[in-house]
Design a protein around this ligand. Structure first.
Ligand SMILES: [Zn+2]
Length: 133
């Protein structure tokens, strides 16, 4: 397994790969893991790890940023869940709109400002689709 050395962007402490139950308790999916700030829970910052590679899905996020990313995911997922495009097409659309390379075009890597931009772009797109329907 590749060792990953990531730091918390809020307090600078090192983040550690830990079972998700450390944060979610009994609600954690069995076997799921998170990178959690070494100062957790004083510093409430973490990010999910990929199940197979165990690499972080993005950058560590505090409560506010997690909320923004969840909101951005919710509206972005409507693009492909509605059948307007495939999931792959939706990610290509997002890359083009944000002018990002594929490896960077993941909501788990986005700042609050970029999440808000995703929400605005998706709502605009979905609104235009509704008007055209
Ligand atoms: Zn921290």
């Amino acid at each position: 397994m590749k060792r990953v050395n990531i730091k918390c962007p809020y307090c600078g402490a090192r983040a550690f790969l830990r079972p998700a139950s450390v944060v979610y308790g009994e609600r954690a999916a069995p076997g799921s893991k998170l990178y959690v700030c070494g100062n957790y829970p004083a510093c409430d910052s973490y990010v999910a790890a990929h199940r197979t590679s165990q690499l972080p899905m993005g950058t560590l996020a505090d409560k506010q940023l997690r909320r923004e990313r969840q909101a951005a995911h919710a509206v972005f997922n409507q693009l492909w869940k509605s059948g307007l495009m495939s999931k792959r097409q939706a990610y290509l659309w997002l890359q083009a709109k944000l002018d990002l390379p594929e490896c960077e075009a993941h909501i788990a890597k986005f700042s609050e400002g970029r999440c808000q931009l995703v929400i605005d772009l998706c709502e605009k797109f979905l609104g235009a689709q509704r008007r055209a329907a």
